[in-house]
Design a protein around this ligand. Structure first.
Ligand code: MN
Length: 455
């Protein structure tokens, strides 16, 4: 029944994102998606208390009186969390708001003892920005960021330890979060996937969030609506809360879009509601009818003054910025001659980019990239090994490429040498010497050998 163009599209080949159309026997539809991403701030202590943020400790050991919502306790803003938020804002090419303020968002969660969350509402610390995403047809697209604010995380309710009881762990309560809100700029599941990968990459470069979706340190809310293809109306959207992997986000968009289209085509409407994505079925089901902003009775947080940033503070953060993946990618393409695709893969994380730069130092960079994209990544995959623990060092990979460039060994022999390198960690010159693998290019030498053989 459902026919989509390039349904099984490979992640990075020959597919135009603008062509993502869901076609049914009754018509053509377009999907509109916006994302809200909660990112845990990397910091030693929580955003409004001195309790530790350590992941995986025993339950309820990292809980201060502030986090437990004890009467009369006062929050104190953690300067490092503000530093991290500004740094992230700069990484999102966004406007840093020198004036922002905190608000109370009132709601009841069993794992939130204060019954309100301290967040930012009217005046967020970061304003509009943008993130460039890399699409499968080799093109790029800018996704606009609407805002980013900082707030505190809630604790965790644990329902699967007992058949009759639920448990509460407040270790997470009060950990600093950055909530990044995009404009509804996505038109295909793959665009949302590309965005999350790029965002994660930027956050990891900045070291402001570890981006581990499976540990919950990056959680994605997905807003989906559909409209007849070619129109510009904005219809009612549904939100899927806390989807915890890139793959699930893409799946949730696809299936939710189909559900909404089915509603419309059957003469029904789509209601604004919060839905839950079930990874085991790939479907979404209703959680609650959507609440509106006024349901939260937001009001200015009386225990915290407005947050005012000085130019010096912002400048200090700026000094701490590193070269981000897009800039690195551009440099690798323009000065080292890498293809856009190779540069994108190599720049996705900083460790890989650093390894590449070290390996390419003084050698043929394009060849080094080829080796990394081929045998090297395959070897790491096979050994389930991080690049930091690679048995083949960057220097040795560079040296191997040098031996090929200088015709000391052939590309074919190099593969055998690489195999030995990955087992022993030894340098290629030594292996070539010991195993007598040197390629003979001196023709008189070869003629001598031929004479011997014939004799
Ligand atoms: Mn939030």
């Amino acid at each position: 029944m459902w026919r989509q163009k390039s349904k099984k599209m490979p992640v990075l080949k020959g597919y135009k994102m603008s062509e993502y159309v869901i076609e049914t026997p009754k018509g053509k539809w377009e999907v509109i998606v916006g994302l809200e991403i909660h990112c845990q701030i990397i910091s030693q202590s929580k955003i409004f208390s001195g309790a530790s943020t350590e992941f995986g400790d025993d339950p309820n050991v990292n809980v201060s009186f502030v986090d437990a919502g004890m009467p009369g306790m006062l929050p104190t803003l953690n300067e490092h969390c503000v530093f991290q938020a500004v740094k992230t804002g700069l990484g999102l090419q966004a406007k840093i708001n020198k004036y922002s303020e905190f608000s109370r968002k009132n709601y009841f969660y069993a794992d939130m003892p204060t019954d309100y969350q301290i967040t930012q509402f009217r005046y967020p610390i970061v304003g509009e920005g943008k993130v460039k995403i890399d699409l499968s047809d080799g093109s790029e697209k800018d996704i606009r960021i609407e805002r980013m604010h900082i707030e505190q995380d809630a604790g965790k309710s644990i329902h699967d330890l007992s058949p009759t009881k639920s448990y509460i762990d407040l270790n997470r309560a009060g950990i600093g979060l950055m909530e990044i809100v995009t404009k509804p700029d996505f038109r295909a599941p793959e665009e949302a996937g590309a965005f999350l990968r790029k965002l994660r990459s930027i956050l990891r470069y900045l070291k402001t969030c570890d981006g581990n979706m499976d540990e919950g340190s990056m959680r994605c809310d997905v807003n989906v609506s559909v409209r007849p293809f070619g129109t510009d109306e904005l219809r009612t959207r549904c939100e899927m809360k806390n989807v915890n992997s890139v793959k699930f986000v893409m799946q949730a968009i696809e299936n939710e879009a189909k559900r909404q289209i089915e509603q419309y085509e059957n003469g029904l409407t789509v209601e604004q509601e919060t839905r839950q994505f079930d990874p085991s079925t790939g479907q979404t089901k209703v959680m609650r009818k959507k609440e509106f902003a006024h349901d939260y009775r937001y009001f200015p947080e009386p225990d915290l003054p407005p947050l005012i940033l000085s130019d010096e503070f912002i400048e200090k953060v700026r000094q701490d910025m590193v070269e981000l993946p897009d800039a690195k990618k551009k440099r690798f393409i323009e000065t080292l001659g890498l293809t856009a695709y190779d540069a994108m893969v190599i720049c996705e994380n900083q460790e890989t980019a650093d390894f590449f730069e070290k390996a390419a130092q003084g050698h043929d960079a394009k060849k080094v990239a080829n080796w990394m994209m081929g045998d090297f990544f395959a070897m790491l995959n096979k050994k389930k090994c991080d690049i930091q623990n690679s048995p083949v060092s960057a220097e040795n990979l560079g040296a191997l490429v040098e031996l090929i460039s200088k015709d000391v060994i052939s590309g074919k022999i190099a593969k055998d040498v690489f195999e030995i390198m990955s087992e022993t960690g030894e340098n290629p010159e030594k292996i070539v010497e010991e195993k007598g693998l040197k390629q003979v290019t001196d023709t008189s030498e070869i003629e001598k050998i031929i004479d011997q053989v014939i004799a």
